[in-house]
Design a protein around this ligand. Sequence first.
Ligand code: MLT
Length: 238
Amino acid sequence: MIRPVLLLLHGFPLDSSIFRLFLPYIEPYFRVLTPDLPGFGKSPLAAPASLEEVAAWLLNLLAAEAPEGALVAGHSMGGYLALTLARLAPQRVLGLGLLSTQAAADTPERQQARLSLAESLPQRGMDALAQDMAAKLSADPGHFNALREVIARQSPFAAAQVLRAMAARPALTSVLTAFSGPVILLHGLEDALIPVGRAREMLAAHPAAQLTELPAVGHMPFWEAPAPTAEALLGLLG
Ligand code: MLT
């Protein structure tokens, strides 16, 4: 069987290692590409990186790895990038999987909070952010230590730059509405970072999408409920 390419994009402030335990659930069905986004994991930061510039970097990767295009799934910030790819190069995005994410832009308050965090991060360091964020990421306390470790090893300078990029992103709702391929939406009902209402707004913007809502799951469905997350993504195969 020829497996379609699935470009799977991690969230903030994580790296591709976050998908390690999830890959066995989807690799039988997809040839999965999980790059470290610029500034995270092993990928150096291309400065200064707006989300459009990161998407252009991803288009280069796709040109090399999947010139005919790919299914694109993104977790949280990865979802902002998946939608940005669909905005810049819709013909290269064969389907969209939007996990624990949103198409809306930031509110002014959220933008301000991101910019303040970006300002303080290089002095505060990633350990403090890891401490704050781990409990908000997963509804399962058993995940906190592992999440703290992934966050703590990221670069505070890259994280600060990406916070500014996320604050500056436009609303991507019209991109979602116009998208002509399959769309899978998946969200945990206990998500403390992006409320499930954001996924419902995306469904309203693109009623042909399939939305899976997972009870007792927070912001990390592919850790907290890997089998249902994989099953939802199989919807991209049509
Ligand atoms: C993420 O998980 O990628 C972030 O929480 C997204 C965000 O801060 O908007």
